[in-house]
Design a protein around this ligand. Structure first.
Ligand code: DOR
Ligand code: ZN
Ligand code: ZN
Length: 401
């Protein structure tokens, strides 16, 4: 495959390049002359549109298995492809919870040939202390995910001794931790020297805790979800219920600052689809996100974010933190996971266009900052701006972090 006339950020410079792909990898980033080549059948002229490294969303709840009436691997991965997400990592609060090797084996089997984009899994830490299971699978998963607060799915872990064992055994821990639970997680990470990933920071005080922990030299990373950047409690309604809940406008600002100064490392959507019926019937925490995160973040391009920061927080840092191999950068030797975006297209996000099985978005009516024209996974076109082409997604591998 040859992508012609790509606007790229390459070696820290904005330029127009051609990208040659072979065997799923980026092999050349150059200005190809017409006379050399071109015995390539698959040439796409992207017409000076931006080509970014594919988005890596390490925080998704695809509901498969067990809750497939909300989302499944196929529909969730479609939503990813449409949003420019070329790799997603799935959370363990599926049914049954991903807390044993056997359940992980089954989840992996069940996902084969069903995803448009590449994927991986977080393992779940259990209140019954499944550190023995963690030992068996830790090189096959992105992290051990531990819930330190109550949320959707019954995965809360409270006991000190159990938490200590889970931290001791894990390669890296991801936590759902709010407010004082952030301190508890940081303390465990400090004591057991376990790298820690703080999911969905939502509050100024939490950003400050992360900033201090980084200053101390701890291996602690932070994520923010687009809804905690773009929405706040003044907009709250029954659909906009999630954990952590929306906070104040001043928290939105502190979170943006955290991204700008490098305190917060990643964007993770916490894609948590529920049907509208469920949301309307009773308090149900979670909102979908993968389909719109890139177009939302692009709204702030050259305002709150420069192109380098955007690529760092959406692609490079997630891959680096979890050791996802060959992904996260538009560089020679890396997987050709690429997304072509027209940053001049300002399209209104609409419920009727949503391909996630839940069929709604909290961003209905908001104008996005760009349109995904193509999504390419390991050199294969999986979405062309309209159609979903092929379910070629595979499981990712991890190196030690
Ligand atoms: O709002 C949420 N929904 N927060 C979580 O932590 C879980 C998620 C879900 O799975 O629905
Ligand atoms: Zn959570
Ligand atoms: Zn979550």
């Amino acid at each position: 495959m040859l992508l012609k006339n790509c606007k790229v950020l390459y070696k820290n410079k904005e330029s127009i390049k051609d990208i040659l792909v072979a065997d799923g990898k980026i092999v050349k980033v150059y200005n190809c002359s017409e006379i050399e080549e071109l015995d390539i059948d698959d040439i796409i002229d992207v017409d000076n549109n931006w080509v970014l490294p594919g988005v890596i969303d390490v925080h998704t709840h695809m509901r498969d298995p067990g809750l497939c009436y909300k989302e499944d691997f196929e529909t969730g991965s479609k939503a990813c492809a449409k949003g420019g997400v070329t790799t997603f990592i799935d959370m363990p609060n599926t049914v049954p919870n991903t807390t044993t090797k056997k359940i992980l084996d089954d989840k992996e089997m069940n996902s084969k040939n069903r995803s448009y984009v590449d994927y991986g899994f977080h393992f779940g830490g259990s209140k019954l202390d499944n550190s023995g299971e963690i030992r068996k699978v830790k090189n096959r998963v992105a992290s051990t995910k531990i819930f330190l607060n109550m949320s959707t799915g019954d995965m809360l872990v409270e006991e000190d001794k159990v938490l200590e064992n889970l931290f001791k055994e894990s390669k890296i821990v991801s936590v759902h931790a709010e407010e004082e639970m952030v301190d508890r997680a940081i303390d465990l990470a400090r004591r057991f020297k376990t790298p820690l990933y703080l999911c969905h920071l939502s509050k100024k005080s939490e950003v400050e805790k992360l900033r201090a922990a980084k200053k101390e030299g701890l291996k602690i990373y932070g994520e923010v979800a687009p809804h905690h950047l773009f929405l706040n409690s003044s907009m709250a309604n029954s659909l906009l219920m999630m954990k952590p809940e929306l906070k104040e406008k001043s928290d939105n600002e502190a979170l943006w600052l955290g991204l700008q100064d490098g305190t917060i490392d990643t964007i993770g959507t916490d894609h948590a689809p529920h049907t509208l019926e469920e949301k309307n019937l009773k308090v149900t925490y979670g909102i979908p996100g993968v389909e719109n995160s890139l177009e939302l973040m692009l709204k702030e391009l050259y305002k709150k974010l420069d192109m380098k920061t955007l690529q760092n927080i959406m692609s490079k840092n997630p891959a680096k933190i979890f050791g996802i191999e060959n992904k996260g950068k538009l560089e020679i030797g890396y997987d050709a996971d690429l997304v072509v975006v027209d940053t001049t297209a300002k399209e209104t996000i609409k419920n009727k266009d949503i391909v996630s099985k839940c069929s709604w978005t909290p961003y209905d009516g908001i104008v996005g900052g760009g349109k995904v024209l193509s999504t390419i996974v390991r050199g294969k076109l999986v979405y062309d701006g309209k159609n979903f082409i092929e379910k070629i997604g595979e499981g990712v591998s991890y190196k030690n972090v």
